[in-house]
Write a protein that binds this ligand. Structure first.
Ligand SMILES: Nc1ncnc2c1ncn2[C@@H]1O[C@H](COP(=O)(O)OP(=O)(O)OP(=O)(O)O)[C@@H](O)[C@H]1O
Ligand SMILES: [Mg+2]
Length: 313
């Protein structure tokens, strides 16, 4: 199994509030309130751990409320490489109503100062040689510029790590300049970052060719229930997930990314890699949370994934 470093620069405490119906401007009584440590890199780390990998989590964590993260890190047996920064890690509030409507209120999080930024770079230079790959996932916290982020990815690449990037907007645009090993945007995120349409397979293939030339080896484009297109030099595959009943799509993209890393780092054949990753993402959708909770269910989902070469279209 692989040793993987998973970085979340802007983690969040997800606070899910369940209630029958939200009455704005009134006193609302919740049925339950659940807090858990989250953030895209932390989610990816959990699925990778389910798959048997040795995972270190890092990035920036507010020093005033680290408990939920520290508990998760201990429970999952992760190595803790988070740089502590002054202030509180942000909370993302999800108000979940009985009819399935979810209202999100996302907080900005602490400002990450120069000292913490420097500390992360120094730490990574020290620990990077011990890993096979690094995941960098999620948004940028306040205080971090896209230019600095590009430099971080360049450093990780120069340290010899395979860099898997999952972010959006300015961060993805800047990140692409560093030529990461793998990216996993959804179709909108890719179109936005490249500033060109990526609706058709032909447009995606063209975009992937440009990205390959820039040093991006694996372009994994997700499109919700429609599935995944994966372009790497010499391979272009599509996977359609089986039809599943949707409990929550939280963690679907993170599960897909973890599944792709698993297949690539254990040198599975491409078809198997994509099939399993798509099944793991579908499994996330069937749950309120995500992760590999039932091996037999995963097997069934895997056999329901349809994989075909993209050239057939
Ligand atoms: N309704 C669904 N049924 C089956 N699989 C799904 C469904 N929604 C998503 N998936 C799987 O999850 C993958 C990732 O989903 P999506 O494209 O929505 O990612 P995303 O936009 O990055 O999401 P996020 O980052 O919010 O997790 C899809 O490629 C697909 O394989
Ligand atoms: Mg995503």
């Amino acid at each position: 199994m692989a040793r993987i470093l998973s970085l979340t620069l802007n983690p969040a405490l997800d606070l899910t509030v369940r209630l029958a119906r939200l009455q704005p401007g009134e006193v609302n009584r919740s049925e339950a309130m659940i807090t858990h440590a989250a953030g895209k890199g932390v989610n990816v780390a959990q699925v990778l751990a389910d798959l048997g990998h040795q995972v270190t989590v890092g990035g920036f964590l507010g020093e005033d409320n680290p408990q939920a993260f520290e508990m998760l890190i201990a429970r999952r047996g992760f190595t803790d490489a988070f740089i502590r920064v002054p202030g509180e890690t942000r909370s993302n509030i999800k108000i979940a109503e009985q009819d399935g409507r979810v209202t999100d209120v996302n907080a900005p999080g602490p400002v990450v100062g120069e000292q913490a930024q420097q500390a992360l770079l120094e730490q990574l230079a020290r620990i990077a040689p011990g890993y096979d790959a690094v995941v960098v996932a999620g948004s940028l916290p306040r205080g971090i510029t896209p230019q600095w982020f590009q430099g971080l990815l360049q450093q990780l690449k120069h340290l010899g790590l395979k860099v898997a990037l999952d972010t959006s907007g300015e961060a993805l645009r800047a990140g692409l300049n560093a030529g990461p090993w793998l990216i996993k945007p959804n179709t909108e995120e890719l179109a936005d970052a490249l500033d060109c349409p990526t609706d058709s397979v032909a447009q995606q293939a063209q975009a992937a060719a440009r990205l390959h030339a820039q040093g991006v080896e694996h372009v994994v484009i997700s499109h919700g229930a429609d599935g995944v297109n994966w372009f790497s030099p010499g391979t272009a595959l599509h996977a359609t997930p089986p039809k599943v009943s949707v409990a929550s799509t939280v963690g679907a993209g993170d599960s897909l990314l973890a599944g792709m890393l698993h297949g690539l780092l254990t040198f599975d054949v491409p078809e198997t890699t994509l099939r399993r990753a798509t099944a793991i993402a579908a499994m996330a959708v069937t749950q309120i949370g995500f992760g590999i909770t039932d091996e037999a269910q995963l097997e069934t989902l895997q056999s329901g994934v349809h994989v075909r070469p993209l050239t057939e279209q």
